[in-house]
Design a protein around this ligand. Sequence first.
Ligand code: GLN
Length: 542
Amino acid sequence: MNNTKYIFVVGGVMSSVGKGIASASIGKILQSRGFSVSLIKCDMYVNIDAGTMRPTEHGEVFVGDDGIEADQDLGTYERFIDQTSTSENYITTGQVYQEVIRKERNLEYGGEDVEVVPDIPNEIIRRIGLVQKKDKSDFIIVEIGGTVGEYQNVLFLEAARMMKLKAPEDVLNILVSYLPIPPKVGEMKSKPTQYAARTLNSAGIQADFIICRSEQALDKKRRDKIAIFCNVASDAAISAPDVDSVYDVPVNFLKEKLDDKILKAFELKPKRKNMREWKALASKIKRLKKQVKIAVVGKYFGTGDFELADSYISVIEATKHASWSHNTKPKFAWVDSERYEKDPKLVSELKDYDGVIVPGGFGTRGIEGIITAIKYVRTNNIPYLGLCYGMQLATIEIARHVAKIRTATTTEMDSEAKHQVIHIMPDQEKKLLKKDYGASMRLGSWPCKLKKGSKVRKSYGQNRVDERHRHRYEFNNEYRERLEEAGLSIVGTSPDNHIVEIVELEDHPWFVGVQFHPEFKSRPLKPHPLFREFIKASLKKK
Ligand code: GLN
């Protein structure tokens, strides 16, 4: 292919219509036709990255190998196209302005006026170019966060407009819109989408395709309406009804021939078509009957009066991938740990679950409730997987109740405590004193050496692994011996043996805590070994 082709994906009508999944699915179907793809997420926030955002509001912070703390869409991209994203794949308003201002201070604009237009869109275009240089992919798919018509993403739309103007043959714009079916009306309405397409026009952009998200599939009448009113070809409205599993979306796009249509628009010839394994998985998911009941004990569920599990999306997906590989599907319960603080007896409800996960977290709220839950699963032989904070709190639980260090805790809970079995990492202490919070945790991929004979080593089938981290605190080595004597096996450490990365219990069906986040590396067709074995143990308990 001569030139890289660019596809901008923008949203219409409302947020949460699945732009990220649509973008990832477009990537997937183009990949299946033999092309290489890269995906970029543009976030309109002034935040430099997602690391400082509250998970209940913005959803999970996804961590890449290089330590990028990104929007959860980057996780969706990785799961769909099975490719590692780096910091270049995530662009925020904050990064863009920061760089433009840096250049201005360094006189790199040579005395020119530095203006919002075109200097800000030019910086966005330069950043998109960095991904092109890095990956040299055939396609770069750029998802623009937010919805057309908001103030905050206009400069990203401006970048898309400028790129199309410069090389019309290399750029396509796709609008992902929503067509409501108001229950009292009972008919799919296309008007909001017409407005969205016009709002996009007023930003100087004509959509080439419109992905029509709705509860139901698009009918002929709506397709024709959208063509006429949104000024697109009659086959440019793509039906995208709700699905049970997001992994169905690429399969549906193939049915709509979106791959052929995009290739035709770019005058490209497909090289092959191969989605066999993916399609087989998507149809298997639909047939699964057997369930495995997994309780996720955490604290980031609430948003107003609604409960959202978005903060744990990678944990959810990793659990699904693993369950599917055992021909079963997970049934999740979201357990707010604060309940166990108010009424510790409630914890016995966990006996009804086949396995319990404690995902990552920060701060002090709900923590004692989590420790109560861990004690229950440990003493009742319920399979347990502790992720990051979940590993630290398992260590504290065992210190308190097995090693009898009654006041054991983490510095994060009590910085004055006598027995800080989890304590701050030395370099982190300095950063916190300086109030250096952004992108300053122990982040990204770190190697871990696994102990011979351990359950985790058997699971991985390897003696060394690389996993992604995001934390400030760690296992306090002063307590290593005492806790090992109490029966806590230290089965994964940094190669120099200094940092404790994995703990497990031998006399338990499956009790594993990891300082890292294995969930980020699970893929639908390649479940993560630790999730796979955790689900296996959960099925045995059943
Ligand atoms: N709060 C803990 C730490 O900073 C755990 C972090 C996490 O779970 N991601 O070390």
